[in-house]
Design a protein around this ligand. Structure first.
Ligand code: NAP
Length: 302
């Protein structure tokens, strides 16, 4: 029986693990892919205090080592279902392993939102990607498009402009949601062309993506591209784990700054929680709070 099982080995989950281990609790982190979460897709972190310029993968590795050195156990398995009640939960993974826990912290983050257009799944990995740092190198000296207007899309466009010959940045409004500093960087790149007030209406190609159709101010237009990076936000993914979990209308886990969910013994941290600011620093902050509140819960159980 673990004291706490944490779902997700990103900044929120691993920070929660560190706090819980420092209170001598037995802690397991279940991570479906690699430690570090979404930040491993970031080439350079510039807004985390004390570590300017660190890369996302470095951040993930250092955090994982810090957690493991303190005795946090990590299993690379995808959590599938959580059953039971406070003090006695069972977490079942996709590999059908079962882990028992007195308390659970959901730190499972989000997954890329899709365009929902025909051929999107078929062309994924054949011209469509949701991660520039993962797949950008396939597009050296080619023409690519990035879709979205948030910080992630701006980052992706800047990163790709250093690899591809040309980057179209397609956004559905004429103002960006992302921060002014990033917008300025985008505008300073000669090989980024802004395509504003435009929605992608079709994905074209036979065996792979060769172009996109856009609807710009009511007019249809074709753009030939070798690759399309979809960066239109991320959707939370906790809904499938637990029945009866209170969610917002956008399906984020409903919880205030105490990180307590509606289910006693279940806590939430990081991007999957309902909140306004989703940043590395707020994720680690959530991890500390969720673990501290979970520790108070465990004290009351005994
Ligand atoms: P986001 O901020 O939610 O931006 C999503 C963008 O996609 C918006 O511009 C939105 O347009 C557009 N969009 C949404 N649905 C669309 C659709 N169906 N078709 C076309 N466009 C669509 O998401 P994000 O950029 O992934 O960032 C997620 C969070 O992480 C944010 O809080 C962000 O600030 C944070 N983040 C921070 C940094 C950093 O600080 N350096 C880096 C990356 C991410 P509208 O603007 O019109 O709604």
């Amino acid at each position: 029986m673990y004291d706490i099982v944490i779902i997700g080995g990103g900044p929120a989950g691993l920070t929660a693990g560190i706090y819980a281990r420092r209170a001598n609790k037995r802690v397991l982190v279940l991570e479906a892919m690699v430690c570090g979460g979404q930040i491993v897709n970031t080439s350079k972190i510039e807004n985390y205090p004390v570590a300017p310029g660190i890369t996302g993968p470095e951040f993930g590795q250092i955090l994982q080592k810090q957690a493991e050195d303190l005795g946090v156990e990590i299993e690379f398995e995808r959590a599938k279902k959580i059953t039971g009640r406070g003090g006695d939960f069972t977490v079942t993974t996709a590999e059908d392993e079962e882990y028992k826990a007195k308390a659970v912290i959901l730190a499972c983050g989000t997954e890329p939102r899709k365009l929902g257009l025909p051929n999107e799944d078929r062309f994924t990995g054949r011209g469509i990607s949701y991660c520039a740092t993962c797949d950008g190198n396939f597009y050296k000296d080619k023409v690519v498009a990035v879709n979205g207007g948030g910080n992630s899309a701006l980052h992706e466009a800047i990163y790709l402009s250093g690899i591809a010959k040309k980057v179209y940045l397609i956004h559905r409004r004429n103002e960006f949601r992302g921060g002014a500093a990033l917008v300025d960087k985008v505008k300073a790149r000669d090989n980024i062309e802004l395509v504003l007030n435009a929605n992608i209406s079709a994905l074209e190609g036979d065996k792979k993506l060769t172009g996109i159709k856009i609807d710009q101010d009511g007019k249809e237009k074709d753009i030939s591209v070798d690759g399309l990076f979809v960066s239109i936000g991320r959707a939370p993914n906790a809904k499938k784990l637990l029945s009866d979990l209170a969610l917002t209308k956008d399906e984020f886990v409903a919880a205030d700054e105490t990180c307590e969910t509606n289910i006693p013994g279940v806590f939430v941290a990081g991007d999957v929680r309902s909140k306004d600011v989703r940043q590395l620093v707020t994720a680690t902050g959530d991890g500390a709070v969720a673990a501290t509140v979970a520790l108070q819960y465990l004290d009351k159980l005994n």
